[in-house]
Design a binder for this molecule. Structure first.
Ligand SMILES: C[S@@+](CC[C@H](N)C(=O)[O-])C[C@H]1O[C@@H](n2cnc3c(N)ncnc32)[C@H](O)[C@@H]1O
Length: 236
């Protein structure tokens, strides 16, 4: 480990500024393999372009073009998901809302590390096809099973139990989706819900979700200001 990781001042003393802590750890190229970083870099470059475009669109235009966009959880939340899978050795992983596969990639890398598998639910066929291609590029295709269709129907058909769940579909569906997956949580399961703080337009649904999850028996829950804001909840 470079000494400035232990003491950021040490790097500066030798004439080069250490990067901020958060950036340093999330960009450590030795912790995840090259193929995955290449895929993540491509996703993130696309996300940046889309964000710039999004800022120029009216609310109506943005809503109409929503399915063109990745709408990813972002690197910080992706990293947290990856760490949670590994720390908890979560093998039965459920993702609700794969989109084009950004968060799926982080989860799948964790699944590979612990001998697990991701089941990822998505409505849009074209997004799933893109995700499959990227997962294959990252060498992670064997660790993900995509289920295409309305997540509510898919969830009814899935037996569970799940050790780790990411909820990241359209925000009005968080509560109904939670109702369906709650009985299928393994003891010690972690549920992460994205978009608790951003975008502002999702706040009402985010609040409803947080109230629901906190009222559920045996759930311990906390809001973390990471990425778009995540609610992290543990069952039992
Ligand atoms: C915010 S995006 C997910 C982003 C993804 N988790 C990531 O970080 O890359 C939400 C996704 O949920 C999907 N979705 C919305 N409603 C759905 C439903 N009823 N069933 C399955 N997927 C749904 C949308 O098509 C969209 O791709």
């Amino acid at each position: 480990m470079p000494d400035q990781m232990l003491d950021p001042a040490a790097g500066a003393a030798r004439g080069h500024e250490p990067p901020p802590w958060q950036e340093y750890f999330m960009n450590d190229p030795t912790s995840l393999d090259k193929a995955m970083w290449g895929v993540l870099d491509d996703y993130e470059a696309r996300a940046q372009r889309e964000e710039a475009l999004w800022d120029t669109l009216s609310n109506e235009a943005a809503a109409a073009r929503r399915d063109e966009m990745l709408l990813p959880v972002g690197r910080a939340t992706g990293t947290v998901l990856n760490l949670l899978v590994k720390a908890g050795e979560a093998r039965r992983i459920l993702e609700v809302g794969s989109s084009y596969g950004y968060s799926t990639t982080w989860l799948a890398e964790g699944a590979r590390a612990v001998g697990g598998k991701v089941t990822s639910l998505e409505l849009a066929v074209a997004k799933t096809e893109y995700a499959r291609t990227q997962l294959a590029r990252a060498g992670l295709a064997d660790y993900v099973e995509f289920v295409i269709g309305d997540a509510r129907a898919s969830l009814k058909a899935l037996a569970g139990p799940f050790d780790l769940v990411l909820i990241d579909l359209w925000k009005d569906l968080y509560v109904p989706v939670f109702e369906l997956l709650y009985p299928k949580l393994a003891a010690g399961a972690i549920v992460v819900a994205d978009n608790m703080l951003q975008p502002e337009s999702a706040r009402v649904h985010a609040q409803a979700y947080r109230e629901r999850v906190r009222a559920a028996p045996d759930m311990t829950s906390v809001l973390l200001s990471i990425g778009n804001g995540i609610e992290v909840s543990r069952y039992r």
